[in-house]
Design a protein around this ligand. Structure first.
Ligand SMILES: Nc1nc2c(c(=O)[nH]1)N[C@H]1C(S)=C(S)[C@@H](COP(=O)(O)O)O[C@H]1N2
Ligand SMILES: [Mo]
Length: 541
């Protein structure tokens, strides 16, 4: 286990030099993410929520510690068996790192970890055999100079690294005996083992810590802080009064960036420098173009309030957020490149290798489809796609909201499939009409009398025209709506309930701007989004 720790420490140290994508645990985690069966992914999201990545890394470390324990037990008897397990893990780590969308140097951390671990395993097994093992000809050997040092009891002056194998004649000598035939002071080899082990642990911690510090160099936080966003050419201005209803516990109309849900496949948040970032537009276009961040910021910027929803959001779930975005209309970027006839899909790519397919028609039909650079008055947060991402009203994030955007390819649905489509999700995925009860909380205990039931409802790009609440499966009652800020954002709602003592269930449903009422049909997120009515049960006393 110490060997595994030192392997990770050394790898982390080298990753601090070569870059964050080389960390073997993260690289293996990425492979796991990309190959996780969809039901398991939905399980992880449902049970670990946004801590699913921590759960994955913990799982990998648990497996690693378990395998290391087994490998260590093997190695004490037969070193090659322990080394074989180590090589196996090394090969997996190298393969995982090589498969990442980073650079060729991303395999170096794993190789360095392997090399260090090999040396450490040899040293530790010998030390362990000397300290705890039965007489063994290969482990008690010591050079004459070391034997001299051992003549001084209690002062282990030399490291416990055997320099030369024992001559065959001395094979019978027990482990507790020095080469010149004296009894070794009891405990001294154990002490030496503890010192060696302590040293290895210290190297592991120091390597890991130094790597962590060095990795800070790759952060683009300071570059982000230096970005000055230009004023929009098309501004939305102040939101209508009354978008925010006066209910505590209700989701804020604009989700603060720090509280905005984050969903992506990345264990390591991509750090993309705006200085080297470019956006390439190619495929079925007449003039492929490549645009720098500076050029992007000099184009006329549009402001738009848009609610983003993840397809993995279950009914009543948290993966929806509303923000004021600032960006360049995707349509104008595509027009620059000249879209040729015949294409029906824009395949966008993130620097993390994510691919997302968006219907060309949704980008060109006049809605505020943007390459966004700003979110709620700030440059995009790094975790939300800095320096630039896509935002398209009305479509789930996996078919519209590419973060760390670097390429737009005009193509066809028939010829190319995107990441989640390859994994069983629908290619076409408009956001379903949903409503959520924010207050009261599930299983709340409240005094009888006036209780405010409130929440949010969304049907991006169709708008919300009504929300209704039902108590104990009784008649639907019309809720009061917050003011509408266009059709692309969610809308708050509240309903005053005269609550009587007992156990009650509350349900909510919304009607969108086209007059369609949210379906009661319960669907899980796969393949094109959850549906059904949110409900909470509360106790009134
Ligand atoms: N590059 C990249 N972009 C991505 C993803 C990703 O994994 N990688 N996830 C998508 C999904 S599934 C959603 S729901 C949204 C979430 O955006 P947010 O994290 O800013 O809320 O980003 C989308 N864009
Ligand atoms: Mo998503």
């Amino acid at each position: 286990m110490l060997t595994a720790a030192v392997a990770l420490g050394a790898a982390q140290f080298v990753a601090g030099i070569t870059g964050p994508l080389g960390s073997p645990v993260d690289a293996i985690g990425e492979v796991a993410i990309n190959h996780t069966p969809i039901p398991l992914k939905e399980f992880a999201i449902a049970h670990f929520g946004s801590r699913d990545k921590d759960a994955l890394v913990t799982g990998i470390l648990v497996v690693l510690v378990g395998a290391a324990a087994v490998a260590g037990a093997l190695a004490v008897r037969r070193l090659w068996q322990g080394l074989a397990v180590l090589v196996l893990f090394g090969v997996v780590g190298v393969a995982a790192a090589a498969g990442q969308p980073g650079t060729a140097t991303d395999v170096l951390p794993t190789l360095a970890g392997m090399a260090t671990a090999t040396a450490v395993l040899v040293i530790l097994t010998r030390s362990v055999r000397a300290a705890f093992g039965p007489a063994s000809p290969t482990v008690t050997a010591a050079s004459p100079t070391m034997a001299g040092a051992r003549g001084t009891p209690d002062v282990p002056a030399t490291p416990d690294v055997p320099a030369t194998p024992e001559p065959p004649a001395r094979l019978e000598r027990p482990a507790t005996m020095t080469p010149d035939g004296h009894e070794r002071p009891p405990g001294s080899s154990r002490r030496r083992f503890l010192i060696t082990a302590g040293g290895v642990a210290a190297i592991a911690v120091a390597g890991g810590g130094a790597g962590q510090l060095l990795l800070g160099r790759f952060s683009v936080a300071s570059l982000r802080a230096a970005v000055r966003l230009p004023a929009p050419a098309v501004a939305v201005g102040a939101v209508p009064a009354g978008v925010q209803l006066p209910v505590s516990g209700l989701s804020a109309f604009f989700t603060p960036n720090s509280q905005f849900y984050r969903v992506d496949t990345d264990l390591v948040v991509p750090q993309v420098s705006p200085d080297s970032w470019t956006l390439r537009i190619d495929g079925m276009v007449s003039r492929p173009v490549e645009i720098t961040f500076g050029e992007l910021l000099r184009m006329p910027l549009t402001e738009a309030d848009i609610t983003l929803v993840c397809v993995s959001n279950v009914v009543g779930g948290p993966y929806a957020g509303n923000a004021r975005w600032l960006g360049v209309p995707l349509a104008s970027l595509l027009r620059r490149a000249g879209v040729k006839a015949g294409g029906d899909q824009v395949l966008s790519t993130g620097t993390d290798g994510m691919t997302i397919s968006t219907p060309l028609q949704a980008i060109l039909d006049g809605r505020n489809a943007l390459v966004a650079v700003g979110m709620n008055g700030q440059p995009l947060p790094v975790a939300h796609g800095f320096p630039a991402r896509m935002v398209v009203p009305g479509l789930y994030g996996y078919v519209s909201a590419t973060k760390w955007l670097t390429r737009l390819t005009v193509t066809t649905f028939a010829s190319q499939r995107a990441y989640w489509t390859q994994r069983g999700y629908s290619a076409q995925a408009p956001i379903k009409t949903e409503s959520r009860i924010d207050v009261p909380k599930p299983l709340a205990q409240l005094p009888a009398g006036r209780v405010t039931v409130a929440g949010v409802a969304w049907a991006p790009h169709r708008g919300i025209s009504a929300v209704e609440v039902s108590v104990d499966n009784g008649p639907w009652r019309t809720a009061r709506l917050g003011a509408a800020d266009g059709i692309d954002t969610w809308r708050q709602w509240m309903w005053p309930w005269d609550a009587t003592p007992g156990l009650h269930s509350l349900r909510v449903r919304a009607t969108d701007g086209t007059g369609d009422t949210q379906t009661s049909h319960e669907a899980s997120p796969v393949p094109d989004g959850a549906s059904g009515w949110d409900s909470v049960v509360v106790t009134i006393t």
